[in-house]
Design a protein around this ligand. Sequence first.
Ligand SMILES: Nc1ncnc2c1ncn2[C@@H]1O[C@H](COP(=O)(O)OP(=O)(O)O)[C@@H](O)[C@H]1O
Ligand SMILES: [Mg+2]
Length: 260
Amino acid sequence: MKQKIIQFTNFSFQYDAQAEPTLKNIDLTIYEGEKVLIVGASGSGKSTLGKCLNGLIPQNDKGSSTGELTIGTNDFGQASIYELSLTVGTVLQDTDSQFVGLTVAEDIVFSLENDQRSQAVMQEALRFWAEKTDLMDHLAKKPQELSGGQKQRVSMAGVLIDETPILLFDEPLANLDPQTGVEAIKMIDQLYQEKRFTTIIIEHRLEEVLAAAVDRIIVMEEGRILADSTPNELLKTDMLQQVGIREPLYLAALKKRGFP
Ligand SMILES: Nc1ncnc2c1ncn2[C@@H]1O[C@H](COP(=O)(O)OP(=O)(O)O)[C@@H](O)[C@H]1O
Ligand SMILES: [Mg+2]
C-alpha cells in the first residue's frame, strides 16, 4: 500500500501583496518514495507550491489560504519552518545564497553542527555524503572556488546530510550548462534509487530532467494543476507546448518526420 506523504485538498493560497490567489484549488497527492516533476511556465506558481511545502509560506511570505495541506505529519500553517525542515529538505536554484561554511566540508556539515552532533557523527556523515556527491577531493576548498556543478553538489550534500524524508529541488539546473545539468539529474537519480526519498523536482528544462526517469509529471498553469500524468502519456499530447514548455528535441524531431 502506498502511503500518502503530501496531500493538498482544494488548497488555495493568496499572497497578502496580491489581489488574487496564486495557487487555486490544488488537489494533489504525493506518495512516499515517489519521484515527481513539476513543470509550468514562469509565474505559474511552482515555487509558491514548493514554499508551501517547506514552510517559507506562510512563515516568511505572508498570505491567506483555504482548503487543506498536510506534509508528513504537519499541517500547513501550524508547523514552524524548523519543524518542516525535519521533513522537507530544499535545494534552491541560487546555490551561492545557500553557502554558510568557509569550506566545502563545513558547509556540508553545517546543519549537524547546528544540532550539536558529535565530531564522530559529523565526520562519518560528511564522508558518506561527500562520496555520494563526488566531493571528496574538494572538502578543504572554499565553496566560491568551485564550478557551478560542484557548487550544486555542495548544496545537495548539505541538504542530503539531514536525511529528510522529502527532498524538494526548485530549478536545480537553472545555473548549469546542459551537460552539467544532465550530470546533476543523474546524480539526483542515483541518490533517489539508493535512498528512495520522496523527490520533488521543479524544473522547466524538461529534456535534461528526463535524462532520468520520473514517476509523474505535474503541469501547472496560472496557479492550477492542468495535468497530473506519467511522462509517456504527457509527451504524447501537445499540452507542454500549450503551456510554453519546450518538448524534448528528439520528440520534436520525430514528430517532424511524421511519427505519431
Ligand atoms: N513573495 C511574494 N509576494 C507576492 N507575490 C509573489 C511572491 N512570490 C511570488 N509571487 C507571485 O506569484 C506568482 C507565481 O510565482 P512563482 O510561484 O514564483 O512562479 P514560478 O515558480 O512558477 O515561476 C507570480 O505572479 C509572482 O509575482
Ligand atoms: Mg520558480
